[in-house]
Design a protein around this ligand. Structure first.
Ligand SMILES: *[C@@H]1O[C@H](CO)[C@@H](O)[C@H](O)[C@H]1NC(C)=O
Ligand SMILES: *[C@@H]1O[C@H](CO)[C@@H](O)[C@H](O)[C@H]1NC(C)=O
Ligand SMILES: *[C@@H]1O[C@H](CO)[C@@H](O)[C@H](O)[C@H]1NC(C)=O
Length: 376
């Protein structure tokens, strides 16, 4: 009997989800590095051809090139978290969505780096529903993805959750979330007959975001180690917001080579984020040949650019990815403080994984200086 209880106890310990054991935190160098993989469009692996590559590349190119690209990036960038922002698989062409997901996420899983995913509009096009796809993802190894927030009973979509990034081990902010990551399901297609086109982030999801942001800000700015302003937040989902159309080449970094395929109506989520006050940047995919970041009233709106080879793209224009690195301040006394800056760049799938378009998305000093100028 005692043995049986021991076995049951061990079994239940082993089935504890990885996120119960593993808290994301800044590393000993005061850095947190996020690799964003947008639109893998994975299908069946080595039998799936590439789209929009040069004529001489067609014969040797398959989904395995998408896999090889992630593997090289993991080695080069050593991310602490990999975020897959939807259209991870291209459901329409997959004969087996489980096999397809296993192969698509394999580089992340075998690297033992925690990873998170949200859904795009193509993930459910095979035999699994959106709920089925997200449930499968949540059960995969090393993922921090969640089906939906446990405290909310009714919420639209699958894969709305947040992750906290805590301070450096053994530092005074070890138990505080210094960087907040929000993940939302931006849906697939409108279910409202009078509204054509893509889906949007619904009031139920926005309410959850608002509550979560408020709760995190309160915890951060209260004892112990009460901070004076909210921790920066980053938001990841698939379909861009209509506000992505606010820019042109005079005020964005990167390129825009196609239209902004947002929902045809405005959900108000941009205003919700601006009002919350902690969000510094939003990262989406969906439009594979747009890869810019533009700045609108306190928030950067960024694309990652298309990653996968079985996704439309532009022949001769490298598949790419977006890195984000948040860095902590080191105080005069030599102890780690809060987030000092958030930087981003892209990496191209060429011989040298060329890094382009490096920019600072947010800096604590920039924020302060602006406030001082405002007061004068
Ligand atoms: C795809 O991978 C193969 C095998 O490594 C390689 O020869 C080919 O150049 C790659 N194609 C592209 C477009 O990167
Ligand atoms: C952080 O939390 C742990 C566990 O609750 C506690 O033992 C430790 O003293 C806390 N450290 C700080 C610096 O607040
Ligand atoms: C970007 O510049 C264009 C003019 O070139 C202007 O119409 C637009 O409002 C600007 N966008 C932002 C967000 O400043």
């Amino acid at each position: 009997m005692a043995n049986l209880i021991l076995v049951l106890l061990l079994a239940s310990l082993c089935s504890v989800p990885v996120h119960a054991l593993q808290q994301l935190r800044f590393d000993k160098k005061g850095e947190f590095r996020i690799l964003q993989v947008a639109d893998m469009h994975y299908a069946n692996g080595k039998t799936t051809p590439c789209l929009d590559v040069l004529p001489q590349q067609v014969a040797s190119c398959t989904d395995l090139n998408t896999t090889a690209f992630i593997r090289r990036l993991i080695l080069a960038e050593k991310p602490h978290l990999i975020v897959f922002t939807g259209d991870n698989i291209f459901g329409f062409d997959t004969t087996n969505p489980v096999k397809s997901m296993n192969a698509a996420f394999a580089p992340a899983i075998s690297s033992n780096i925690p990873w998170a995913a949200v859904l795009g509009n193509h993930d459910q096009e095979s035999i699994l529903s959106r709920e089925g796809v997200m449930k499968y993802i949540v059960g995969m190894k090393n993922t921090l993805s969640e089906l939906n927030p446990p405290e909310v009973h009714e919420i639209d979509g699958y894969g709305n959750y947040n992750l906290e990034v805590h301070g450096v081990e053994d530092s005074r902010l070890v138990n505080k979330s210094l960087l907040n990551l929000y993940f939302l399901d931006s849906g697939d297609y409108s279910k409202v007959p009078s509204i054509p086109g893509y889906d949007w982030i619904k009031p139920s999801q926005q309410l959850w975001f608002q509550h979560t942001s408020t709760k995190l800000q309160r915890a951060y700015m209260n004892k112990p180690e009460a901070q004076i302003s909210p921790a920066p937040g980053l938001v990841y989902f698939h379909i861009p917001l209509p506000e992505y159309a606010s820019f042109d080449s005079s005020n964005f970094t990167g390129v825009k080579q196609e239209g902004i395929s947002s929902a045809s109506i405005n959900s108000g989520f941009f205003a919700t984020m601006a009002e919350a006050g902690d969000v510094k940047a939003v990262f989406t995919g969906h439009d594979h040949v747009n890869d810019f970041c533009g700045y609108l009233t306190g928030i950067h709106l960024c694309y990652a650019g298309g990653f996968g080879y079985h996704a439309y793209g532009q022949a001769g224009w490298s598949r790419r990815t977006r890195m984000v690195v948040a860095s902590l301040e080191k105080t005069d006394k030599g102890v780690w403080g809060d987030v000092k800056s958030i930087k981003t760049w892209k990496r191209l799938d060429d011989e040298h994984l060329t890094a382009i378009d490096a920019q600072v998305l947010w800096s604590k000093m920039g924020g302060r200086r602006k406030k001082q100028i405002g007061r004068l």
